[in-house]
Design a protein around this ligand. Structure first.
Ligand code: FES
Length: 236
């Protein structure tokens, strides 16, 4: 099929602002949106810049805005974007982040917020001889949240992020949920001090954009609501 591919390009060395460039590409309906970008880079324009690694929806590095929605380029097929007869696909960087070049955004602030919620197990008791045990029932409480691959599609789909750059965002707070509700963790108070704040949980207005954008189908809003309830229970 014939595709018209529009890519939002930006080179900080030569451009004062981003602009759209258009490419005509022949593709198979079963090609991924990432394959289309690879084809352009390898055969048409080697200066095109984007992140990717695993190409299998695991590393989270190729989240971008495709036809106006935040998606992993490797995890969406051309036919799911334009049908089987061809059409137009647009690619832009994730919104609400500084662009380094073309589709590559600066993720420093995203990972700073991630680190702020202490995304690790806090446990002050001496480690047992083998692992710290957890029952299947205890694990079920956090299992959905453990599927997060930190691609940033959720955080960059959230109107609260667009309006308030300091907002922690759904990805970081989902990680806070994942550890706070882990039966082996003892860092609840410390972690809630970070998320129960002006730039934390209470800027989540349950808009559900994050749930729609998550390529792993995580029920993010549900888990953030559980974290809100936990923080209220701890306070009063
Ligand atoms: S390239 Fe790794 S998730 Fe898409």
């Amino acid at each position: 099929m014939d595709l018209t591919v529009k890519i939002k390009r930006y080179n900080p060395e030569t451009d004062t602002e981003p602009h759209w460039e258009t490419y005509s590409v022949e593709a198979d309906p079963m090609d991924s949106a990432l394959s289309v970008l690879n084809h352009i880079k390898w055969n048409m324009d080697g200066t095109l810049t984007f992140r990717k690694s695993c190409a299998h929806g695991i590393c989270g590095s190729d989240a971008m805005q495709i036809n106006g929605e935040n998606k992993l380029a490797c995890s969406i097929l051309v036919q799911d974007l334009v049908g089987s007869k061809g059409g137009t696909i647009s690619y832009a960087p994730l919104p609400a982040a500084p662009v380094i070049k073309d589709l590559v955004i600066d993720q420093d602030s995203f990972f700073e917020k991630y680190r702020a919620v202490m995304p690790w197990l806090v446990n002050h008791t001496p480690p047992p001889e083998r692992e710290r045990l957890q029952s299947p029932e205890q694990h079920a409480i956090i299992e959905d949240a453990t599927k997060c691959i930190m691609c940033g599609a959720c955080t960059h789909s959230c109107p609260s992020t667009w309006a308030a750059p300091d907002y922690l965002g759904p990805a970081a707070m989902l990680k806070a949920y994942r550890y706070t509700f882990d039966s082996r963790d003892q860092g609840t108070e410390e972690r809630l001090e970070v998320v129960d704040s002006k730039e934390g949980l209470w800027k989540c207005y349950t808009i559900f954009n994050c749930v729609q954008a998550c390529p792993k189908g995580i029920d993010i809003t549900r888990w953030l609501s559980a974290l809100k309830r936990k923080s209220v229970t701890m306070r009063y």
